[in-house]
Design a protein around this ligand. Structure first.
Ligand SMILES: [Zn+2]
Length: 61
């Protein structure tokens, strides 16, 4: 599988979730970035995840 293969929404959401558990490869980050630039739905999903991460971090304190 090529690292820089274009991602669809399904793959993008997988990568966004994976990013909280592991470091994404440069190829994955780039492909995800390209997708997010074009896809409002996945940008919304990304900010939701960021919000949840922030909330759980505060909660854990
Ligand atoms: Zn998308």
């Amino acid at each position: 599988m090529a690292d820089s293969a274009p991602v669809d929404c399904r793959k993008a959401s997988q990568l966004l979730s994976a990013a909280s558990e592991r470091e994404l490869t440069p190829g994955e980050r780039q492909a995800l970035g390209v997708h997010l630039e074009r896809c409002l739905k996945c940008r919304n999903f990304e900010s939701q995840l960021a919000f949840l991460r922030e909330a759980s971090r505060r909660f854990a304190k």
